[in-house]
Design a protein around this ligand. Structure first.
Ligand SMILES: NCc1[nH]cc(CCC(=O)O)c1CC(=O)O
Length: 312
């Protein structure tokens, strides 16, 4: 195939890292590609919290317009930033091999101690999941909303708005900030967002099937795919975009899939978590079952309260 695959991406450094990563995976299978940078609403609106402008499509709409017109063949995203249901006409065709999924604390200071109530600490983050989880386990830690790309967040931290940042390992690692990672948070407490650490490839349902097959063979990591299928099925039932503090992590051992996930109230006073396992071929129903269990034990009310709070 001599068609040059056009990869659409946002222009942030993390987004470009993801696009180059996909370009490398394609190249390893002899497929040529080029990168097309597309600015999205989410890149332009920096002064309003994502939770408030509505998470739906702010980072994806413009990319989908270009997919629909055929100006690009695929769009590359952080899997965790993807809505649980895509607009009609689009699909996620591949998930790249997942990076370490933990959240981390990043700082220039070596002595960040988030467990000690005697030590005042201000953490910068913009994720409702991370804020609510901190309130649940470490209520003495203060948080401040820090938005923008990683480089912007670090300069805000350096200007003194917070002592450290609470982030995904994947992003910090990809941007080369391993030296500044001072804690790796536990998966039991800081259970990650659905999809954290994987890159998702989106296409129009009208993408040439032969081209699609080649892209999937080059980029899709099957184990990651099963895990994300279960996590995203869970998210879909909760109708949770990235602004809702839900979390889920599926793991795979041979053919057996296990998912642990739940929801935490914004105040941090309630946190529900359950576990379901089964065969990997049942990934979607395992994710749905988790949602049923979470709803049945009070998660439905927590979700309602969160939605009405965010709509205010
Ligand atoms: N919501 C922003 C976002 N989307 C993906 C990543 C990191 C990379 C990943 O988890 O795949 C981040 C930054 C963060 O959460 O710290």
């Amino acid at each position: 195939m001599n068609h040059k695959i056009r990869i659409g991406t946002r222009g942030s450094k993390l987004a470009l890292w993801q696009a180059y990563h996909v370009e490398d995976l394609l190249k390893a299978k002899g497929l040529e590609s080029e990168i097309v940078i597309i600015e999205t609403k989410g890149d332009k609106v920096l002064d309003v919290s994502i939770a408030k402008i509505g998470s739906k499509g702010v980072f994806t709409e413009e990319l989908e317009d270009q997919l629909a017109s055929g100006a690009i063949d695929i769009a590359v995203h952080s899997a965790k930033d993807m809505q649980s249901s895509l607009p009609e006409g689009f699909e996620l065709i591949a998930f790249t091999e997942r990076e370490k999924v933990n959240d981390i604390i990043l700082s220039h200071h070596r002595d960040i101690d988030y467990k000690n109530p005697e030590k005042p600490l201000v953490l910068g983050t913009s994720s409702t999941r991370r804020v609510a989880t901190l309130k649940h386990y470490y209520p003495h830690v203060k948080t401040v909303e820090v938005r923008g790309n990683l480089q912007t967040r670090i300069s805000k931290m350096e200007s003194g708005v917070c002592d450290a940042l609470l982030l995904a390992f994947a992003g910090a690692h990809r941007m080369g900030y391993d030296d500044m990672i001072c804690h790796e948070l536990s998966l039991e407490e800081f259970t990650p967002a659905v999809g954290q650490g994987s890159v998702a490839i989106e296409s129009s349902v009208n993408l040439d099937p032969e081209l699609k097959k080649l892209i999937v063979e080059a980029c899709h990591h099957k184990e990651t795919g099963y895990r994300l299928l279960a996590e995203r099925a869970y998210l879909r039932v909760l109708e949770g975009g990235c602004s809702i503090p839900v979390f889920a992590l599926a793991t795979l051992e041979k053919d057996s899939l296990k998912i642990k996930g739940g929801i935490v109230s914004l105040s941090g006073d309630k946190r529900i978590i359950h576990e379901v396992s089964g065969e990997k071929t049942e990934a979607e129903s395992i994710g749905k079952k988790l949602a049923e269990m979470v709803f049945a034990s009070g998660g439905d009310q927590i979700l309602k309260d969160i939605k009405s709070a965010l709509n205010k």
